[in-house]
Structure formats: C-alpha cells, structure tokens
Design a binder for this molecule. Structure first.
Ligand code: GLA
Length: 391
C-alpha cells in the first residue's frame, strides 16, 4: 500500500483538503539483549525498526483534537478537547497521556490537531506499538507548537504518559529506542544515567529475524507490574542489609553471590538473579560484538532466554517452543524472546544462507506444537522518530 497517499486521501475525506498537512514517522523497536532490566538500572541494547507508526496532521484553530486510525477503519474518530483529557480505554489514550504530560510540564499546547494515523507494527507483538504512538505524538506536538524540546525529553515524557496516565510501570527502553534510534545501529543504553552509545550492527553474513508467535500478550500489564514489585522487594532487602546500591544492576553477578542470602522471598531472589545476570550478559555481549565475535553474542542471547524462562518466568509455552525450534536449526547464531514476554515476539540472528530453511522449519515445528501460525520478519534497523515533511 502507498502509505502516504492512502493516509492523505483519508485525511482529506475526514478533515478537508485545506493544505498545510504534515507527515511524521516513529518506528517500533526490537531489543537484542538486556530484558527486564531497564527499570533495574541496567544496560539494554535495543534498535529501532524500519516499520512503525505514521501520522498526517494539521493544526486546528480551536482546542479540539480529532484522531482517526486507518488500522481501525470501522471506529469513529476519537474527539476530545485539549483542556479535558480523560482516559477512555482505547488507543487514543496514549496520545491524550502525552498531551497531558506536556501540559503538566508547562509546555503550551494552544490549539488542537486533526490527525490520521497508520501503523504497520504488528499489534500486541511486543515491538512497542504503544511507545511508538506516544513518541510520535510527542514529536508532533514539539514540531507543531515549536516547543524546542530535545528528543530525549520527549522520550521521558512519553514514558511518564505510559506510567502515570496509562498505568503501566514500564521502564524507559522502548520510548528511548523509538525516539533515539539510528539506522544500522543498536543503542547501548545505561538506564540509570541515560548515557548511551550507538553500536553498529554489522552482521556480514547473518540477519536479525523477528519471530512473532502471534500469541497475544494476555494480562501482560499486571504481570509486568508484579515482576517489578518483586525486584523492588529484592532491592529493599539488600538495602536493609546495608548493601550500598541504588539499583539491583549496580551489582555484578560476582558481588551478588556474596549478598543474595539477604533476600527473603524466593520469588524476589529469582527475579534479582535474572536482572543481575542479564546485565552482565549485556556487557559481555557488547565486548563480544566489538571484537566481531558474533558467536559469543549469540550464546549470550540463548542464555538470556533461559534466564527469562527459569528465573524471570515471562516466556511461556509459545515463546519457549519457537525459541527451542530456532536453537535446533543449522545457521542459528542466537535466539531469545524479546520485549516484555508472555507471548509476542522472539528475535534470532541467523546466517543468511539458512534463512529460508530456518523460517520454513521453525514455522512448521511451531504450528505443530501450538496450532498457531508464526510470522517472520527480517529486521531492518532504521532511524528514530521524525517529521518526514510538509505535504
Ligand atoms: C516492556 C517495557 C520496557 C521493558 C521491557 C522488558 O517492553 O515497556 O520498559 O521493561 O518490557 O525488557
């Protein structure tokens, strides 16, 4: 589909052909390693994708916001006023949340907007369709009202919108990846300091393959929040025992072994074991990548999955089945679940010569065991959120 043209036709149909429309794009993301540690002060290693969410918009002369999504063609346009932002339980809440946080931070949003959205991130797949929409809305507000907010602050506001308005206590990784992404690079992000470094992903004879289990992430938000609570319990037990840390990931695995007996509940111990070991894996993985040792990076991806399965317990039957099938294929370098888990996607690095047989065999094995049909995408790493131009 010609995205721009389809969106423009819809925009004109809904809001008139008055000129001065603007076009924006914000990607989705895939995380290569460093899962469930952004909220534990750890390092993560995500990259922005070439697919994401598009918007065409125009500033209005009143305070009304009118939002329409081509993904939900049978739904009515979502309409609200900039000075009356209440949750209504549909996708427009992500936009409302961002407008609200901008206002709470004293950014003047004097007029409303007409917007048509279209996204090609598979929904509920854990590739950050919600962060993409939030950062997209932030980018639109910033440009339209000349707010001059640095992208890193748009990223922070978007996370706040998700935490405070939507009620999901997510970390900063997704918003950061979709806001700050860079073509052909992953971002090594220290989630404690927000210092980051772009690391080129030069895989030579291999590619990143995203495997969508098509298992919807049911109850993911409440289970996600529960995992965070247990990490906080572990942290609190360590702090109460005079271990001098601010976040769990301030400890290396070696130091953790000396103090882990201070953690009272077994569930908290398991969660902390994942977080701290995962942070070590990210750092070892970056060293390996910088030494062109992709094999070691792949091995660490596999270990990450095992820890997410056994210590963090966020994988589930579908993700475990697809990752196990991937591990069994020739040409596999590494494979693991990606994102929050509980369904959604896994990510593999596969040698190019084997990609066709990989997709065929993993797909067949997966369907046989789960009765679900998986989708496979070869990931292209793209740039972060941006205005594409006037129309
Ligand atoms: C979700 C959250 C992120 C991060 C991941 C797990 O995608 O939005 O902040 O915690 O899960 O790594």
């Amino acid at each position: 589909m010609d995205v721009k043209n389809t969106m423009l036709v819809k925009f004109h149909e809904l809001f008139g052909n008055l000129g001065s429309e603007e076009f924006y794009f914000t990607p989705g993301r895939v995380n290569l390693i460093g899962e469930h540690i952004d909220y534990n002060g750890g390092f993560v290693f995500p990259c922005a994708l070439s697919f994401g969410t598009y918007a065409i918009c125009r500033k209005r002369k009143d305070q009304n916001f009118n939002l329409f999504s081509i993904n939900f063609p049978n739904d009515k346009t979502i309409t609200f006023q900039g000075n009356n932002l209440k949750k209504s339980g549909v996708w427009g809440d992500y936009c409302k949340g961002v407008i609200k946080i901008f206002q709470d931070n004293n950014h003047n949003i004097p007029f409303g907007l007409d917007i048509v959205f279209y996204g090609n991130i598979p929904n509920g797949a854990g590739l950050s369709s919600s962060a993409s929409l939030e950062v997209l809305m932030g980018t639109i507000l910033n440009e339209t009202f000349n707010l001059n907010i640095p992208m890193v602050d748009i990223v922070k506001y978007s996370q706040r919108a998700e935490n405070d308005f939507i009620g999901v206590s997510c970390g900063i990784m997704d918003q950061f990846a979709v806001g700050m992404g860079k073509k052909d690079n992953a971002i090594l992000l220290n989630c404690n300091t927000l210092k980051y470094e772009y690391v080129p992903i030069l895989l030579k004879n291999a590619s990143i393959v995203i495997m969508n289990t098509n298992k919807r992430r049911g109850l993911a938000d409440s289970k996600y929040n529960e995992r965070r609570i247990y990490c906080e319990k572990a942290l609190q037990d360590l702090k109460n025992s005079k271990v001098n840390i601010e976040y769990l990931c301030d400890l290396s695995m070696e130091d953790f072994k000396k103090v882990k007996h201070f953690i009272g509940e077994n569930e908290a111990l398991l969660r902390a074991t994942h977080a701290i070991s995962e942070n070590d894996r990210v750092l070892n993985g970056i060293t390996a990548l910088k030494n062109n040792d992709i094999k070691t990076f792949g091995k660490l991806m596999n270990e990450s999955h095992i820890s997410l399965r056994d210590n963090y317990e966020v994988t589930g039957f579908e993700l475990d089945t697809i990752v196990k099938a991937a591990w069994e294929e020739p040409g596999i370098i590494g494979s693991r679940m990606t994102g929050a888990g509980f369904g959604g996607c896994a990510v593999s690095i596969v040698e190019n010569d084997f990609i066709d047989s990989f997709i065929k065999n993993v797909g067949e094995k997966y369907t046989k065991k789960t009765n679900l049909v998986a989708d496979f995408y070869i990931a292209n790493i793209g740039d972060g959120s941006r205005k594409i131009g006037d129309l």
